[in-house]
Write a protein that binds this ligand. Structure first.
Ligand code: ADP
Length: 544
């Protein structure tokens, strides 16, 4: 027997209507690419989004067509998010830090019909556009006064965003779509092989937003002020553009200025209460706060994830600045949230040391998502806090296949499980710790060494700005770890200084065999260490 409850589809347009209808006065503030702060409220956002949806109609798009964005976090980007998805188009966010060849590869693979681009990203489009195969229109996200005529491939129509929406109607009745309709598209950064598309649905997006707003996850509230520092092209700013309007939260977009000083000043000017970003961004912020003596006293919570986080970051923000650091793990393929580190009442730590020991773990799964460990043959492994294995994921907002790409079919396993490519351990209470990515773990004499653990210890040295651990081939042990260190500006720690950091913290055989120094550890487009590049550069190093 079926239940007798209503069966409304879970649609992004329902988040939009709820936000605009109930929180019209709440602000959306943006640090603009043109310069200066733009400020309006949910009500005006609603009107302009509907104008944009009407304007997009004039481009002869069909349901399911993709509108690409190459843009920083800002109000126009939010308008595009909703005008596209709510009207049945797909919002495809691209990373403006990619190489022009990667941009044209992704645009062509996704078959984007329209691209919406921030002014300062136009040089990238000018380089990439010659190879575009499907793009018919380029919308430049600015007004007439700041409009630039770009030098792009003939035949692509160039449109000024503000002119495009100016005379449009503020009325638009969103279609009642099937909740499984595709809503947005995001490509993984492709550190191995080509980038792969993850095609989110309305249903997965709404459920993920609900998941984010559970009390022990991120949650937003109508009295919060959220600043997503994580870009809207990095897994939809981790879901914030949906989860925040769902709760009528004031949003502050930082635009293209992500340095410590700009972030600090905006946090203070707008009284941010919660912010999200990757460790590299929070390290910049922490260093700036320490150097400048400034405070961020309104900030209560900082959500951190995307790559492993050194313990010193948790300690720095919590002990010195009173902001709780919430450690989360996820990936593009999971919308992205999988786990959050929020110990339960029965797990209260006894002291600060134990508290930070707990924080390092990636945490417990969120309701709506499940995970387990398997060995290389796919057999289940025990969750005893010791055994390491391949981490599998499934749930309401996890992908079931990549978009038009079957090259990694073997990651989709029976029972709906997806192989995350991470190696992890899980304890009896469900607390998961990432050991490494499968391709980065160091296999030494049949034992595994976590490159993440070794990096986290090394960056604890006050003269180290960043560190990466890779393996080099070894005759006897098969692989051995070496650590590559980027010193703080003006500092030159010695090899022994670095190796001493490991004494007493890990087993002796895990200590790196050598220390190499570099001016800059290369970071990818989402702020993660590019280990491939380091392996190319240092992988042939002979241990003396
Ligand atoms: P990409 O796979 O393109 O790097 P994602 O942002 O999807 O982009 O990255 C997901 C991966 O990032 C995860 O599989 C995991 O290896 C890593 N990651 C994410 N959050 C954390 C975290 N809190 N700690 C350690 N690693 C993390």
């Amino acid at each position: 027997m079926l239940g007798l409850m209503q069966d409304h589809p879970l649609l992004i347009s329902s988040i939009f209507e709820h936000a605009v209808g109930n929180y019209g006065k709440q602000e959306i503030v943006s640090n603009t690419v043109e310069g200066g702060i733009h400020r309006y409220n949910y009500s005006s956002w609603g009107e302009r989004t509907k104008k944009l949806a009407n304007a997009l109609k004039s481009l002869n798009l069909n349901q399911g067509d993709k509108v690409g964005t190459l843009a920083w976090n800002g109000y126009r980007h939010l308008e595009i998010y909703y005008a596209t998805s709510c009207s049945g188009l797909i919002c495809h966010t691209l990373n403006p830090r990619l190489h022009p060849d990667q941009v044209s590869y992704i645009v062509n693979h996704a078959e984007d019909k329209v691209l919406c681009v921030d002014l300062n990203i136009l040089p990238l489009i000018e380089k990439a556009s010659e190879n575009f195969k499907t793009v018919e229109a380029l919308v430049i996200m600015t007004d007439e006064k700041n409009m630039i005529k770009p030098n792009i491939k003939d035949g692509i129509k160039v449109i000024c965003y503000e002119e495009f929406i100016k005379d449009q109607s503020e009325e638009y009745i969103w279609p009642q779509l099937d909740e499984k309709t595709a809503s947005s598209l995001c490509y993984t950064s492709g550190t191995t092989g080509n980038p792969k598309g993850v095609l989110y649905s309305h249903r997965s997006t709404v459920l993920h937003a609900y998941g984010m707003n559970l009390k022990d996850v991120v949650p937003y509230g109508a009295k919060d002020v959220v600043m997503p520092v994580v870009p809207m092209f990095h897994v939809n700013a981790w879901g914030t553009p949906y989860a925040a309007p769902m709760c009528g939260t004031k949003i502050v977009f930082p635009g293209a200025k992500l340095d410590g000083e700009s972030i600090t000043d905006l946090m203070n000017a707008e009284k941010i209460t919660i912010s999200l970003g990757v460790p590299t961004i929070w390290l910049l912020l922490l260093n700036h706060l320490r150097e400048s003596g400034k405070r961020i006293d309104t900030v209560k919570r900082l959500v951190i994830g995307g790559s492993s986080c050194p313990r010193t970051l948790f300690e720095g923000f919590e002990d010195e600045f009173g902001a709780e650091v919430i450690h989360a793990w996820g990936m593009t393929e999971m919308s992205p949230l999988g786990t959050v580190n929020m110990p339960a009442l029965a797990e209260e730590p006894k002291n600060r040391t134990e508290y930070y020991d707990q924080k390092i773990a990636q945490g417990r799964t969120i309701f709506g998502h499940q995970m387990k460990l398997v060995d290389d043959e796919g057999n289940d492994l025990p969750e005893d806090g010791e055994t390491q294995g391949r981490l599998l994921s499934r749930g309401f907002w996890v992908l079931k296949e990549y978009y038009n790409d079957t090259t990694e079919k073997d990651r989709f396993l029976d029972g709906g499980w997806f192989d995350t490519g991470d190696v992890a351990k899980i304890d009896a209470d469900g607390f998961m710790t990432i050991t490494d990515r499968t391709k980065d773990i160091i296999k030494s004499g049949g034992e595994w060494i976590s490159s993440i653990d070794l990096e986290n210890i090394c960056v604890g040295h006050p003269e180290v700005a960043n560190a990466a651990v890779i393996s080099v081939p070894h005759e006897k042990w098969e692989e051995r770890p070496i650590v590559i260190v980027q010193p703080m500006p003006g500092k030159s720690p010695s090899k022994d200084d670095i190796l001493n950091m490991y004494e007493g913290k890990i087993a002796k055989w895990m200590i790196p065999d050598d220390v190499l120094f570099t001016d800059l550890i290369p970071l990818g487009a989402t702020g993660k260490i590019l280990k491939n590049k380091l392996r190319d550069q240092f992988g042939g190093h002979k241990i003396s």
